[in-house]
Design a protein around this ligand. Sequence first.
Ligand code: ADE
Length: 249
Amino acid sequence: MIFDVLTLFPGILTSPLQESILGKAIAAKALAVRTHNIRDWAEGKHLTADDTPYGGGDGMVMKPEPIAGAVRAAKEKNPKARVVMLTPQGKVFRQADAVRLSREPGLILLCGRYEGFDERVRTTLVDEEISIGDYVLTGGELGALILIDAIARHIPGVLGSQGSAETDSFSDGLLEYPQYTRPFEWEGQKVPEVLLSGNHAAIEKWRRQQQLIRTRQRRPDLLDQVELSEDDQKFLHQLERNDERPPQG
Ligand code: ADE
């Protein structure tokens, strides 16, 4: 997978792409990230990439011509790449999008600054608009990094063990179960005994139940969207009945 990131500030992406799993995956050529400075396609004495908004108002708007130049140059190198615009007005990015986009032959990530893009950029050059959450950032670069990170985990060869993307929070629609490592007892808190039992079926059952408890407590909205087994449903009903029971003693 090749990511082409179009930005006015390519330096923002440098260090995160050199470290840890992404750094190793790029060195191993499991993925490539190229950054392109939109200003390289700007014209005029001052290489202007932004201008004041028609109709007045605060801030500056990114001009269409330099962005068109940058998108079209990236498309020439990777014609099948999908053009994704980072914007708080896009569809909110979810795990299913990370999996879906990991199957694309390439992604061109368009990062905005200031008050955003001239509307004609969106209508002419963009396949999809993505927001990373309901808050406004100073620009799309951090959003692009988040997309790259979340998508890269689903590209073969990026994670050491392919298993780890499959047992993630969200991969089965539920939050992840709690994990423990040594020491067995820390500051008076012991590791749940079942994890030391060597009984794999019991461990699996406990983990699934922990997933259900956590998801129900923290993200009940997710429970409506997942496929639950009969055992899952029974366990959730039991939790509900426990809630309804009047306090003892
Ligand atoms: N640019 C500014 N805010 C953003 C957000 N929430 N998601 C994606 N791009 C952005």
